[in-house]
Write a protein that binds this ligand. Structure first.
Ligand code: UDX
Length: 446
């Protein structure tokens, strides 16, 4: 099938590439000329495992095209996807200006019947706004055309996006048009093998499904972080508690890892946007507000532990392992590391940071500053440092030589924001250890 995708960000680029991979003829449109030029020359703007070779192969095979020419791209597609960003507005609501701009562009250039599919994460009711924006432009052109607007939210995780896209656990399609549903079923048929993954529903339910999924996951994390804080105070170990509850299939093992708080482009923004939608519709989002508040506090927890240990961190040099909001990505949007660094700087400490992928992103965000050194390796970050803080659980941070750490770190202390280490093992090497919700170690050093 002939597919057009507006937006070459995470969602658009991954979706377009995977659709090309299964044989569809895909045109990706972006207004960013440099990005499109780069993609046409094999420069992939994001780090995502497995994506680069797939983009290159499909581009070379002539199934994946990149352009800034919206008119010809709209001409191309039987199905036209909107996959542009919905950044949070000042009040926490999702800003629809990019989505609606694309909708107007579609209305300006559409020449034949089409299915317009919204993949961007948008509040309930947006499909109606997209429909109205397209219809408005058609009316300006005095043209009548049949078109459907479908909601088809994405559930891909950064760092595993290609895999999620190629092997989705569900494909949610929201539409009231049987013809549009049939078309999308054909489009997704190659991804729908072995058992039925397509869940079809009305448009508004599909729009709400995306927020419900992310809000539920964020809730699990905030819940665990709250229990971890209780564990810390009462001298219990959250890691034992986690194992004690995860085996109950009603609770499950996933997303019950306490840590330095959730970040990224989805959870923080989607929880806020859903709370906003709730308020607008007359509901009081008590739970969503709490999920958000717990997370905001949790992002400050590592600094709190450091203050508990040191009293004052002024003049300290702190090695920070991990800047990305999670492993296998270079994304630092809403990352916990940003909160920690800001707090350390505010308190007069220096930071020596290492991240396997996010160094250039950190450079872009922080620029040159005297109290930050971006290092080329985990070892380099430790040199001359007083303490180590682990913020992102990259695999390469999982089993350091604790003896060496004890010999290198002047103050012999490790703050483990992702509970990667066994407290006893770290302590046996002569280091003080602080994890998240690991009461036993906190007691011995308080
Ligand atoms: C998320 C959803 O998982 C995905 O389905 C949706 O489409 C987009 O949002 P993503 O933001 O890429 O994906 O990352 P995810 O792996 O879900 O992690 C989000 C944050 O939660 C990270 O900062 C991670 O460190 C944190 N997290 C996750 C925890 O603190 N504990 C956990 O148990 C799991």
């Amino acid at each position: 099938m002939r597919v057009t995708i507006f937006g070459t960000g995470y969602v658009g680029l991954v979706t377009g590439t995977c659709l090309a991979e299964v044989g569809h003829d895909v045109v990706c449109v972006d207004i960013d000329t440099a990005k499109v030029e780069g993609l046409n020359n094999g420069v992939i703007p994001i780090y995502e495992p497995g994506l680069e070779p797939m983009v290159k192969a499909n581009h070379a095979a002539g199934r994946l095209h990149f352009t800034t020419d919206a008119a010809s791209a709209i001409e191309h597609g039987d199905v036209v996807f909107i996959a542009v960003g919905t950044p949070p507005d000042e009040d926490g609501s999702a800003d629809l200006k990019y989505v609606l701009a694309v909708a107007r562009t579609i209305g300006q250039h559409l020449q034949r019947a089409a299915v317009v599919v919204n993949k961007s994460t948008v509040p309930v009711g947006t499909a109606d706004k997209v429909r109205a924006a397209i219809a408005g432009e058609l009316q300006n052109r005095r043209t009548t055309l049949v078109f459907d607007v479908v909601s088809n939210p994405e559930f891909l995780k950064e760092g595993d996006a290609v895999n999620d896209c190629m092997r989705p656990d569900r494909i949610v399609i929201g539409t009231d048009s049987p013809a549009a549903l049939e078309k999308l079923k054909r489009l997704y048929a190659p991804f729908n093998r072995n058992h039925e993954r397509i869940v079809s529903m009305d448009v508004r339910s599909a729009e709400l499904t995306k927020y419900a999924a992310n809000a539920m996951l964020a809730t699990k994390i905030s819940f665990m972080n709250e229990i971890a804080n209780i564990a810390e105070q009462v001298g219990a170990d959250i890691e034992a508690v986690r194992q004690g509850i995860g085996s109950d299939p009603r609770i499950g093992w996933h997303f019950i890892y306490p840590g330095a708080g959730y970040g990224g482009s989805c959870f923080p923004k989607d929880v806020q946007a859903l709370a906003w939608t709730a308020q607008q519709s007359g509901c009081n989002p008590r739970l969503l507000d709490a999920v958000e508040a717990v997370n905001a506090a949790q992002k400050g927890h590592l600094f709190e532990l450091m203050t508990r240990h040191y009293g004052d961190v002024r003049g300290k040099t702190v090695a920070v392992w991990g800047l990305a909001f999670k492993p296998n990505t270079d994304d630092m949007r809403a990352a916990s590391s940003r909160t920690l660094l800001a707090q350390l700087w505010e308190a007069g400490a220096r930071v020596q940071a290492y991240d396997p992928e996010a160094t250039h992103e950190a450079q872009r965000i922080f620029g040159e500053r005297d109290d930050l050194t971006l290092c080329g390796s985990a070892g380099e970050a430790l040199r001359g440092a007083d303490a180590l803080v682990v913020v992102t659980e990259w695999k390469q941070f999982r089993s350091p030589d604790f003896g060496k750490l004890a010999a290198t770190l002047a103050d012999k202390v490790v703050f483990d924001g992702r509970n990667l280490y066994e407290p006893a093992e770290v302590e046996n090497a002569g280091l003080a250890y602080y994890g998240i919700g690991r009461g036993r170690s906190v007691r011995s050093f308080a």
